[in-house]
Design a protein around this ligand. Structure first.
Ligand code: NAP
Length: 308
């Protein structure tokens, strides 16, 4: 087994929220880190580590990816690239399939052709609506499942071994995604009330530092030869909280009421009221960042105060 200092990682989705955190951690831990980016990728989230990583621009073709894989010859691929769209429209189909299925298949094909046998893949708890074995909340979740079906072919027919980490909601510093906490930040600066759903849906929130730890542990399992085929694990907090309670906690830590009209709009169709709770957790992993500490961290990022 290679020592960590000599380990080579190829990361996809490194410009994304979790990918940027994972990349920083790999650099800190002494890995030789290679990133797979696109010609138009916004590299801002990687500014702090840019000098310490090598990036490879993918032209979208299978041949292009094969050449990168051959040149990098990684010990492990961390595959986080994906296009998330909660409620898709017809115009989104091509780019969703391209990002979530075509690109992921090109990646697997390149890996097996280059003898790269360790993959940490990223799934979603939304593959399990109402905690069913498979029931996609939306088309995005269906594309994640479709890739796992394809991955099965590669692991059954080659030495490729994979761990698929099924993520729930994530949060932490440096989050530029148009999700809940960005919305709450905007709300804190306005008086106009925002109509939200009744807020009784449970949110399973995991801090990004804990998510990164799960990726590292999954890689370790692959290095130790402990993985059979493609193994799925849930990266869950184990203690979901209602949206309303979460916003109340955030608002109290912020020291400001947020102008929200609860029940001002209906739940989404196929809203996840109770997150998937039947998935196995990664052996040896558990979330360590308490919600209150994590929320204070993102509040401090905006206000500059961490002494509340
Ligand atoms: N964050 C969550 O709460 C959550 C929950 C469940 C599952 N997940 C999964 O976790 C992973 C990371 O999520 P995230 O929230 O950190 O992602 P994110 O911030 O939305 O970033 C997505 C990343 O994917 C890259 N990408 C998209 N299409 C690509 C393509 N065709 N080729 C190459 N790169 C492509 C983007 O690169 P560009 O810079 O080029 O656009 C970007 O780096 C994803 O697989 C996501 O589905 C996340």
């Amino acid at each position: 087994m290679s020592s960590i200092a000599s380990r080579v990682a190829l990361v996809t989705g490194a410009t994304g929220f979790i990918g940027a955190h994972l990349t920083s951690r790999l650099v800190r831990d002494g890995w030789d880190v290679h990133l797979l980016v696109r010609p138009g990728s916004d590299l801002t989230p990687l500014a702090e580590v840019w000098e310490q990583v090598r990036s490879h621009s993918h032209d979208g073709t299978t041949g292009g990816l094969l050449s990168i894989m051959e040149a990098v010859a990684p010990d492990v691929v961390f595959h986080l690239a994906s296009l998330f769209i909660a409620e898709h429209r017809p115009a989104d189909i091509e780019r969703m399939i391209e990002s979530n299925l075509l690109f992921a298949t090109q990646l697997s094909e390149s890996m097996v052709n280059c003898g790269v046998w360790r993959l940490v893949n990223t799934g979603t708890s939304w593959q399990h609506y109402e905690s069913r074995e498979y029931s996609p909340v939306n088309l995005y979740a269906a594309t994640k499942q479709a890739f796992e079906a394809i991955l099965r072919y590669y692991v059954e027919s080659t030495q490729l071994r994979a761990v698929t980490l099924k993520l729930f909601d994530t949060y932490g510093p440096g989050d530029r995604r148009p999700k809940l906490f960005r919305l709450l930040r905007q709300l804190a600066a306005q008086s106009e009330p925002l109509a939200m759903s009744p807020g009784e849906q449970l949110i399973d929130l995991v801090h990004v530092d804990d998510v990164v730890e799960a990726f590292l542990l999954a890689a370790e399992m692959l290095f130790n030869g402990e993985v059979d085929g493609n193994e799925d694990y849930a990266v869950t907090s184990g203690s979901p909280i209602s949206l309303k309670a979460l916003v109340a906690q955030y608002s109290s830590l912020l020291g400001r009421d947020l102008p929200i009209t609860w029940g001002g709009r209906p739940y989404r169709s196929r809203e996840v009221m109770v997150p998937w709770h039947l998935g196995p957790t990664l052996p040896g992993w558990q979330p360590r960042v308490p919600l209150g500490d994590g929320l204070l961290g993102i509040i401090a990022e905006v206000t500059g105060h961490s002494d509340r």
